[in-house]
Design a binder for this molecule. Structure first.
Ligand code: SAM
Ligand code: SF4
Length: 347
């Protein structure tokens, strides 16, 4: 993979990706590894068996897939995992993707990271054209952080965030709202973000993987409750802004902060879904909340020098994109649960 590889001309608009419900697909979340240096309790089991390396798409194959999507009109690419920054050679992948930013085909290149490696990578990511990063952080207490990530060090992540800010990257914290865990840190986290100039989005825990039902339900802290708590201290103004994604936004009038809320369970957001996700093995999931997928590895590997079959496979997959997910916690049971862990699909 080289930076001088030719950029792809976008296909004519009529050939762009439109799903059966007439939603244009313009956003690809690409998982580059299922591995991670953390084991967050809501994301992974303590003892994980990761995929053998040979099953993973190579960086060149990931480049071909990403480039094919961009050629079909995808204008936003988010790199995720597992932890994307633990994949060897990943900076080279970002550097290669820069050609699509330079050509104007790609509007945004970004990533979701646990922040542990950001101190090492921030400068390089910025040079590769990344402007914003999402960092997942659920607590500002070192002991809690060690507990929820099972092996992470809070200080390392805070250093990573500092390095990102210093490099000129905009940082957004993603905080999973977990009952009985970070409820009492709501204001602390909000104020930390206000002080440092970070954006903030709260996420409801989703029923991924095979955790026991009682544990899932016990962890669920509806964002409607969280927002009511915030409203005790701040004036919240709803913002009309939508990103084509699941987040809804509010402004805290006192601090001017914009806070995002991702509520897959207490609020359905599928009608405006513009995104698809690909795993590091080439499985394309057109809905995070459904188990149906299309395997892009065969067209990639059988036709190493011809991307036409790959593009056809992408189109065929988009034609199967379901209307939406079926997650439901009502009636005190977990419904619509998927069999995959989040690190498999990429968050
Ligand atoms: N390792 C990176 C990170 O943690 O940011 C990227 C991958 S991680 C799977 C992406 C996001 O998914 C993180 O913000 C994480 O908190 C979130 N996540 C993982 N499991 C989840 C679950 N069961 N419900 C809601 N969010 C979850
Ligand atoms: Fe790793 Fe991210 Fe999952 Fe935590 S949420 S275990 S950091 S992939």
């Amino acid at each position: 993979m080289t930076e001088s590889a030719p950029s792809i001309a976008s296909e004519p608009a009529r050939k762009r990706l439109i799903d059966p419900y007439l939603r244009p697909i313009t956003y690809l979340r690409l998982s580059v590894t299922d591995r991670c240096d953390f084991r967050c309790t809501y994301c992974m089991a303590e003892e994980m068996t990761f995929l053998p390396k040979r099953d993973l798409l190579t960086l060149e194959e990931l480049d071909r897939v990403a480039s094919a999507f961009i050629g079909l009109g995808v204008s936003k690419l988010r790199i995720t995992g597992g932890e994307p920054l633990v994949r060897r050679g990943i900076l080279g992948f970002f550097q290669a993707m820069k050609r699509h930013l330079d050509s104007g085909a790609l509007r945004e290149l970004t990533l979701t990271t646990n922040g542990s490696q950001l101190a090492r990578f921030a400068e390089g990511l910025r040079a590769a054209g990344v402007r914003r990063v999402n960092v997942s952080l659920d607590t500002l207490r070192a002991d809690r952080f060690a507990r929820i990530t099972r092996r992470g060090r809070l200080e390392q992540v805070l250093e990573g965030i500092g390095a990102a800010l210093e490099s000129g990257l905009r940082v957004k914290l993603n905080t999973v709202a977990i009952k009985g865990f970070n409820e009492d840190e709501l204001f602390e986290i909000t104020e930390f973000c206000a002080e440092k100039g970070l954006d903030l989005t709260f996420i409801e825990v989703m029923p991924m993987g095979d955790m026991e039902e009682a544990t899932r339900l016990g962890q669920f802290w509806p964002l409607t409750d969280l927002r009511a708590r915030l409203a005790e201290r701040y004036s919240l103004t709803p913002l009309a802004e939508r990103s084509g994604g699941p987040a809804r936004y509010m402004r805290l009038d006192e601090t001017g902060q914009k806070i995002g809320f991702i509520q897959p369970l207490s609020h359905n957001f599928c009608e405006s879904c513009n995104r698809v996700r690909m795993t590091c093995t080439g499985q394309l999931y057109t809905c995070l909340g459904q188990d149906g997928m299309s395997d892009l590895k065969p067209p990639l590997r059988r036709h190493p020098h011809d991307d036409a079959p790959l593009r056809e496979a992408i189109r065929a997959a988009i034609a199967l994109k379901p209307r939406g997910h079926d997650f439901d916690y009502s009636r005190q049971r977990v419904a619509g649960q998927t069999r995959r862990h989040m690190n498999h699909t990429g968050g």
